[in-house]
Design a protein around this ligand. Structure first.
Ligand SMILES: Cc1ncc(C[n+]2csc(CCOP(=O)(O)OP(=O)(O)O)c2C)c(N)n1
Length: 366
């Protein structure tokens, strides 16, 4: 029942060592708590979605470099974390993304054109996401966490068995909104999973400046919810941890905080230069733990991988890249001064003056 007292479901124990089902060389690990047993079609599908995510991400970066997009935030390196988490959910579950979750969008069958409209800044950017039970992206860090808890509490009150997954970054965990969301979800036993992609960096700020305790997942104890650290470059570990947390939420046993330990292989966005604040050695170390080559090695070991699968995946990736290019290249540029028009029903004199000032500045640059 919403608001009723409930017994703590966790003794606050969090293993600092992330749960790993596949080692970086592709070998199955010895861990026993989670199962690796998924049907071969599901295993192949996870591979397909990870590769397609990476390829579409490359196309986005290319389009930005070609001047078609002002900005783009790459998810390179985080494919396992995103695909594993989204793939085990039901279509009726809600996703509340930050802005880097291309993999989760693809799982939800959000089209490249729909994603492209967001980064192009088109009028219809973000439209249609909610049809797939996915909230539009959130550029303000952390705000969507409270929306996610609200959605979870609504589902709870309506007696639905849907689960809400709130995606956030390690940097976002330092926001006040995130504290409020975690606390509210726990106190009201909301069917919500908080999924932190700890990619080690919040722009140029390392995760060591976000948390002084042992880990982000350890904070769960203070909220009275279970916390778990998973290897975010291991798609099966992410899948298993989310499946368990979602089942717990669906059964009425409340929220979970998952920390997927991964790495942002690229810059924060296309406007960032990470060589100014992080070592090449660190990047090389993480490149050796690449989620896609690791999973491919695993599939080869268990004989699920084939050239046929690779060809199918490559063809699908190329199709989606082409869809994105077709939607973006040559699309009309939005009129930036329109941003003043929809703030109030009638524009205020101050905003009208600012709009004029912007028009004058832009005319000077033209
Ligand atoms: C409320 C708010 N404060 C600051 C910013 C500026 N900002 C944009 S991205 C970012 C870092 C976010 O890092 P993290 O949550 O770790 O996610 P990542 O970008 O690494 O995926 C910041 C501080 C913002 N967008 N919103």
């Amino acid at each position: 029942m919403a608001g009723s007292a409930h017994a703590p479901v966790s003794d606050g124990t969090v293993q600092i060592e992330p749960v790993q089902l596949i080692a970086p060389d592709g070998a199955p690990t010895a861990q026993r708590r989670f199962s690796r047993d998924l049907p071969p079609e599901t295993l192949s599908w996870l591979y397909e979605m990870m590769v397609v995510t990476r390829e579409l991400d490359v196309e986005f970066v290319n389009l930005q470099r070609q001047g078609e997009l002002a900005l783009y935030a790459s998810c390179r390196g985080q494919e396992a974390a995103q695909i594993g988490a989204a793939a085990c959910l039901r279509k009726t579950d809600w996703l509340f993304p930050q802005y880097r979750e291309i993999g989760a969008f693809l799982i939800r069958a959000i089209t490249p054109a729909q994603m492209g409209a967001v980064w192009r800044g088109s009028w219809h950017g973000g439209l249609g996401f909610t049809d797939k039970r996915c909230a539009p992206i959130s550029i303000p860090i952390g705000t969507q966490q409270l929306h996610a808890v609200g959605a979870a509490m609504a589902a709870q009150r309506l007696g639905e068995d849907s689960v809400t997954v709130a995606f956030l970054g390690d940097g976002a965990t330092s926001e006040g909104d995130v504290h409020e969301a975690l606390n509210l979800a726990s106190v009201f036993n909301a069917p919500c999973v908080f999924y932190v992609q700890n990619n080690q960096w919040a722009i140029s700020v390392p995760v060591s400046r976000q948390v002084a305790g042992p880990s982000i997942a350890h904070r769960a104890a203070g909220y009275g919810m279970p916390g778990i650290r998973v290897d975010g470059n291991d798609v099966l570990a992410c899948y298993a941890a989310m499946a368990e947390a979602a089942a717990r939420a669906r059964a009425g046993d409340g929220p979970t905080l998952i920390e997927a330990v991964t790495y942002r292989m690229g810059p924060h966005t296309t406007s960032d230069d990470p060589t100014r604040y992080r070592d090449d050695d660190e990047v090389r170390e993480w490149a050796a733990r690449d989620p896609i080559s690791r999973y491919r090695s695993y599939l080869q070991r268990i004989e699920v991988y084939s050239d046929r699968l690779e060809r199918r995946v490559a063809a699908r990736a190329e199709r989606l890249r082409a869809e994105l290019r077709d939607a973006i290249v040559g699309a009309p540029d939005p009129d930036v001064t329109e941003l003043f028009d929809t703030v109030y029903a009638e524009i205020t004199p101050e905003l009208a003056a600012q709009r004029e000032q912007l028009r004058t500045e832009l005319a000077k640059e033209a």
